[in-house]
Design a protein around this ligand. Structure first.
Ligand code: URA
Length: 216
């Protein structure tokens, strides 16, 4: 049985050879992800930017520095978490990923989540949120933890944040993002507690038509 780290290494190797969408023809390299294979928290952004494309590591530009800063506030380092993106190849001129590009990249992200099996998935920005929590408004659900059943992945807990790049030069959004970020440790504890409580409870957790349950 391969360790999670070995499985991720194997996955990253296969990802680096991916040509499933057009993005691979314009980017420098595939930016698979970075961090601990044993992470309890997985952050998912939108897609690599210029710096990430050059270095092959997610969130290393200005938004990444801000992310590191916020991780520091909750006493975490990027090595303690896992950081990835909806698309692993840089969209030209940093445009938004097209739906077919996100779709083509989904099996990689799905496999990363399945392998790491984080307790909490933190979505960064609208595009990442939409991948898991469709038909939601980020202005309404940021800072909230939601459990949702994802086909192929089972029930997962998501915590929605504004994208650090959007908050960088917007004072009020920066304040909101920082406050939401500070709640992550408490949210993680609450997720673990609710998991323990549910262990003896074989009933479905799906609580409404949207297959979505707001937790805290
Ligand atoms: N923005 C993202 O969404 N992802 C990165 O890796 C860098 C910036």
């Amino acid at each position: 049985m391969l360790s999670k780290k070995e499985q991720l290494d194997e996955l990253n190797k296969r990802m680096s050879e991916c040509k499933k969408c057009i993005l691979r023809s314009t980017c420098k390299q595939v930016v698979s992800g970075a961090g601990s294979a044993e992470a309890e928290i997985m952050f998912i952004g939108e897609g690599p930017g210029q710096k990430e494309d050059e270095l092959g590591v997610p969130f290393v530009g200005a938004a990444g520095k801000f992310l590191d800063e916020m991780l520091g506030v909750i006493k975490l380092k990027r090595e303690d978490v896992y950081i990835s993106n909806v698309v692993k190849c840089r969209p030209p001129a940093n445009r938004d990923p097209l739906p077919e590009e996100s779709e083509a990249c989904w099996p990689w992200l799905e496999k990363q989540i399945e392998t790491i099996d984080p307790k909490l998935i933190v979505t960064l920005g609208r595009h990442s949120m939409e991948r898991f929590l469709p038909n939601q408004k980020i202005s309404q659900i940021h800072g909230k933890a939601m459990r949702r059943n994802i086909q192929g992945l089972g029930a997962r807990v998501f915590y929605t944040l504004y994208h650090p790049a959007a908050a960088l030069y917007n004072g009020s959004m920066r304040g909101i993002l920082t406050e939401d970020f500070k709640r992550i440790p408490k949210v993680l504890e609450a997720v673990k507690k609710s998991e323990n409580e549910k262990k003896d409870e074989p009933t479905s957790i799906n609580s409404n038509e949207d297959n979505q349950e707001t937790l805290f």
